[in-house]
Design a protein. Sequence first.
Length: 131
Amino acid sequence: MYMQRHGSTYTHRSRPGESPEDSHNRRNKPTPSNAAAIKTALADMEPLLGKVGGSEKLEWSKKKEENACKTAERNSKASGLALHKEMTECHAEFSKKIVEEEKQKEAGYQMRVRFLRKMFAGIEKEMFGDE
């Protein structure tokens, strides 16, 4: 791009073979010293932006932390539910075993238990009466 003088004004013209956008980008490109100054200014301002609440990076990190907490909470709930389900299944299996063992006991054993219960009930009745 070069400047061409027409009367009292300057006109921007593109160089041969470049588009007007190229010349515009070249015009607005900061020099290396300006770029370094901008970077240091941004580095100085970044901690202050967090206090004001305008830093996108800080907001992003807060969102990421919140999402991590929610994920951990969901994972702990899921593991708790899985543990509860496993315990319930184990309890059901154990209960089934007990019922099967009761059924498999000898008929004589059940009769002795009934006899002893009746005997204890009779003894209690004699000792304490109909209280």
